[in-house]
Design a protein. Structure first.
Length: 283
């Protein structure tokens, strides 16, 4: 750069040197192609580079229904609020209106999802199956002097109980079924060594056959087991098979005004060493 003391005759040479220096330091600013933008290439002063425009034409990200976050500059984050709508395992998302939804908590075991326009705001609900079909409620292994199955669901019309493969510890015997722990209040008919009454173990009693034989099966139906009748009776019917007594059937009842909520299985020939009980609910 010329100074105040430079001779006039030196000015052309001074400006030539000055111009070359400017062109060298600003070289990165020269050139480029259409659409490129200028960006820093390093932390060095005046070090730039031309790059392809990667900004795009998005000027803002706006959160819509069910979305939070967004922004107009820099990196933006959006979140789907489904993650907070679901609060527990088994929740399902149900529409509650135009552009709105909420979680419907899980129902109880064996319930089905049912349409019900009177339920606000979901219009659906969890409910017991309306009709038909059998559902396995429990499978239990018999052991010891007695085995009790409690908290039997009252959501069904009838109970169907299957007892099979029973063996005893010390002697031939019978399997006795007692409802709600009752040892009396049973009445009925004796057919082929099978008694419904209080004379054989205080319950609904079935012949098992030989102590060690697993070839036996009994099936008992408790009709309207969850109801309380004016006549205070739950009707009972059953069929069975043992090698010694072949096939048999029985019917009778339990004189109680209470719903049947538990069944106790007692062995008259010593402890149970094997046997299985299946309890089915009938709609």
């Amino acid at each position: 750069m010329p100074t105040a003391t430079d001779l006039v005759t030196d000015l052309p040479a001074d400006f030539e040197v000055f111009g070359q220096a400017v062109a060298t330091s600003m070289a990165d600013l020269l050139g480029g192609t259409s659409g490129q933008i200028l960006a820093k290439n390093s932390n060095t002063d005046m070090d730039f580079v031309w790059i392809t425009n990667d900004v795009g034409d998005i000027t803002a990200v706006t959160a819509g229904t069910g979305i939070t976050g967004g922004g107009t500059s820099g990196a933006v984050t959006i979140t789907n609020d489904m993650a907070t709508t679901i609060t527990a395992a088994g929740d399902i998302v149900v529409g509650t209106g135009s552009g709105t939804y909420d979680n419907l908590p899980i129902g109880t075991t064996n319930q089905v999802l049912t349409a019900d326009t009177t339920v606000s705001p979901y219009k659906v609900k969890w409910a017991a199956a309306s009709s038909g079909g059998m559902t396995l409620l429990s499978t239990t292994t018999l052991s010891g002097a007695s085995t009790t199955i409690s908290s039997i669901s009252g959501a069904y019309q009838h109970l169907y109980v299957i007892v099979y493969g029973v063996t005893n510890a010390t002697a031939d015997g019978q399997t006795v079924i007692r409802t709600n722990g009752l040892t009396s209040a049973y009445y009925g008919t004796n057919i082929r060594n099978t008694t419904v009454g209080t004379t054989s173990g205080g319950g609904i009693t079935f012949e098992q056959g030989t102590r060690t034989s697993t070839t036996n099966i009994n099936a008992v139906t408790f009709w309207d087991y969850a109801d309380t009748f004016v006549s205070d009776r739950h009707l009972v019917s059953g069929i069975g098979y043992t090698p010694a007594n072949t096939n048999f059937q029985t019917w009778g009842g339990v004189a109680t005004a209470s719903a049947i909520t538990s069944l106790e299985f007692v062995n008259s020939g010593g402890n149970f060493t094997a046997g299985t009980v299946e309890i089915w609910g009938i709609k």
